[in-house]
Write a protein that binds this ligand. Structure first.
Ligand code: BTN
Length: 328
């Protein structure tokens, strides 16, 4: 089945109005049988369709598809050196940019409507149903290796939180190192991957997943407490968030972060992270593969390390496979 035809079909149905099978076939230049097969495919993607004899098919409430031109037009006209591609389906936007890291320009962005193998931290998956959430990655080259990127993933969390707040959403929190939470549930996740020389010229891929309007059927596969922007805007009496606008807002902030991070470092972002820190002053447990440390959360250092007040004094935790849970 051709992905471009499926996408064109969705682009027509996105207006939420009825379209007859004949009209859809003519618009796409395919037979009515082919249209019907595409409509079946949409049902498999959990895209809910109404059909009515004599009127045709419609997507109730319509659908906002992601569009590279729309997003690009929302970026500031200067100082944001990004080149966007929107794909209907990819295994993982991070994998796609990691695979192309040697050839693609710095600032390449891959945005997907759906991921068949979305990846999270610590080997987890990232549930990525079609056309409801945001999944995108940005490729950036750095000359100074991993050392100049210390704390960067925390700053990405600040960018996402500030972008969501620009739509009026309140009550967001950042859980070290880089989960974006609301009501203590996960709203967005960040996956940073690097290739090249860890002490010199390297490629960084920043992957961002934001739950915008998670369909209940897909949510059954999520293995942790989660929340989406749609339930927050409903509860807070706000307009639903446009995925194109939210994507543009996060990308604008990310471009600024990536461009200036080597000079600014995490110190520039620390105060904005601290303002939203989850569990501040509360008892927490830091769990690694080999040890568990209990203490009270003091915040983060200028390099993004976690500061924990323990019975043997203050301890600094630097990245790694650490998970943070509320203590008893
Ligand atoms: C986490 O576990 O919190 C990180 C989730 C990161 C998910 C995003 S979605 C876009 C990009 N592509 C992926 O495969 N993962 C990241």
């Amino acid at each position: 089945m051709r992905q471009d035809q499926l996408h064109s079909l969705l682009a027509v149905l996105a207006d939420g109005q009825y379209h007859s099978g004949q009209e859809l076939g003519e618009l796409l230049g395919v037979s009515r049988t082919a249209v019907w097969k595409h409509l079946q495919k949409l049902a498999e993607l959990n895209v809910k369709l109404d059909s009515s004899p004599g009127r045709g098919y419609r997507l109730p409430g319509g659908l906002e598809l992601l569009d590279a031109d729309t997003i690009t037009a929302l970026l500031p006209s200067t100082g944001v050196p990004l080149s966007l591609e929107v794909v209907p389906l990819v295994d993982s936007t991070n994998s796609r940019l990691m695979a192309g890291a040697g050839q693609l320009p710095t600032g390449a962005v891959c945005i997907a409507e759906q991921q068949s193998g979305g990846r999270g931290r610590r080997g987890r998956g990232w549930v990525s149903p079609f056309a409801r959430n945001l999944y995108f990655s940005v490729l950036w080259r750095f000359d100074g290796g991993a050392a100049e990127l210390e704390g960067l993933s925390l700053a990405v969390g600040v960018c996402i939180a500030e972008a969501l707040e620009s739509f009026g959403i309140t009550g967001l929190a950042l859980k070290w190192p880089n989960d974006v939470l609301a009501e203590s549930k996960k709203l967005a996740g960040i996956l940073l991957e690097m290739s090249g020389d860890p002490s010199g010229a390297c490629h960084l891929v920043v992957g961002v997943g934001i739950n915008v309007a998670m369909p209940p059927a897909a949510a059954a596969d999520i293995d942790q407490p989660w929340i989406d922007a749609a339930s927050l805007t409903r509860a807070q009496g706000l307009e639903p968030v446009s995925r194109n606008k939210l994507c543009a807002s996060v990308l604008t902030k990310l471009a600024g972060l990536l461009q200036h991070y080597p000079e600014q470092g995490f110190a520039h972002w620390r105060e904005r992270w601290m303002r939203r820190a989850a569990f501040l002053g509360e008892p927490v447990r830091l769990v690694t593969a080999t040890q568990e440390t209990q203490g009270s959360l003091l915040g983060v250092s200028d390099s993004g390390a976690l500061r924990l007040a323990t019975s043997s004094g203050e301890q600094l935790m630097y990245g790694g496979e650490v998970s943070l849970r509320a203590g008893s």
